[in-house]
Design a binder for this molecule. Structure first.
Ligand SMILES: NC(=O)c1ccc[n+]([C@@H]2O[C@H](COP(=O)([O-])OP(=O)(O)OC[C@H]3O[C@@H](n4cnc5c(N)ncnc54)[C@H](OP(=O)(O)O)[C@@H]3O)[C@@H](O)[C@H]2O)c1
Length: 293
């Protein structure tokens, strides 16, 4: 059951803290803000936020405390000096980005101080905060998530509790970011090739989109193979793919580009082929990635 009429404090008024504050105020959630640089907090007064003179005062003013500081160090620097009794009966949701290990250490630190703690990860940029489909991940105690579900839904309508292990929200965040950046970097390298031959990036875009549209089915196949631990090469095989990846590297070199990105993919395929797996499908690459280079 979610708390009726909770009050919220937002510690940190950078771009993301400000976006979370606006979403809360828009939903008429009484919100207190604090920021190390006071002017950034004061900028929220016009929208209806109460400005706390200290982080401790902000914590004491709220049922739910949202931490949205730069990282774990900044979060510790702000929370550590606050006396433990200020946190009794309150919950903290920490959105500062971290590794899974750091998220677990932060949760242990909170547990030692007998502080209710939920680890969060924000999966949208600031303009999408508050949208019904904005994805926010949470890990930690399920009952704590449920207790604050209504107010968390104000921040992002797609609020998902992904498990009790505090590292999970950050683990999924990290994995999603890798998929995102690898996709964007592949697109930019391919775009460097085609623009190097006189095409415009926008000419290439619809062709790139054809490949993007194939990816969901391809990823589903990879996931099935990885979970099954078998890498059938019935529809594609690494020997054929190695030749294609070699063409990307060669074209990149011919154009005088930085070919590190396609080389990583080609070298992974070459290592799998060299170890006798040329007849397997691309999913076999997981075994290369599971060992140190
Ligand atoms: N912006 C996004 O699109 C986005 C998306 C997803 C997740 N996030 C995550 O949200 C968190 C906040 O991001 P942000 O975009 O708002 O900007 P940010 O630059 O990462 O964080 C700025 C906030 O951290 C505070 N801060 C930094 N070091 C501090 C310290 N040592 N002591 C006290 N306060 C400190 C700043 O205070 P001052 O104003 O005094 O400098 C400001 O409130 C980050 O962990 C970020 O990864 C951001």
């Amino acid at each position: 059951m979610s708390e009726p009429n909770p009050t919220v404090a937002v510690l940190g008024q950078g771009p993301m803290g400000a976006a979370l504050t606006h979403a809360l105020l828009k939903a008429k959630v009484p919100t207190t803000v604090w920021n190390r640089t006071r002017q950034r907090a004061e900028a929220q007064a016009a929208a209806g936020a109460r400005i706390a003179p200290s982080a401790e005062a902000a914590v004491r003013a709220a049922d739910l405390v949202i931490g949205v500081l730069r990282d774990g160090n900044a979060t510790r620097a702000v929370l550590e000096p606050i006396p433990g009794d200020a946190f009794r009966g309150r919950a903290i949701v920490n959105f500062a980005t971290s590794t899974p290990g750091e998220a677990r250490r932060m949760a242990e630190w909170a547990a030692e101080r007998r502080t209710s703690w939920l680890s969060g990860a924000i999966m949208v940029p600031t303009p999408l905060v508050g949208a019904p489909d904005a994805l926010f991940l949470y890990s930690g105690e399920r009952a704590l998530f449920d207790a604050h579900a209504d107010v968390l839904a104000v921040l992002g309508g797609d609020a998902r509790h992904v498990g009790t292990d505090h590292g999970l929200a950050s683990l999924l965040d990290t994995g999603m970011l890798e998929v995102f950046f690898a996709g964007m970097t592949g697109f930019l390298h391919a775009t460097a090739m085609v623009t190097g031959q006189g095409l415009k990036a926008t000419d290439f875009l619809p062709f790139a989109e054809v490949m993007i549209n194939i990816l969901p089915a391809s990823l589903a196949g990879l996931a099935r193979d990885v979970d099954a631990g078998t890498y059938p090469g019935t529809e594609d095989n690494l020997t054929m793919e190695l030749a294609a990846l070699g063409h990307i590297v060669d074209t990149s070199d011919d154009l005088g580009l930085d070919g590190r990105f396609p080389r990583v993919m080609r070298d992974l395929a070459a290592a799998a082929v060299d170890s006798g797996h040329g007849g397997d499908g691309w999913s076999r690459i997981i075994e290369q990635l599971r060992k140190p280079a």
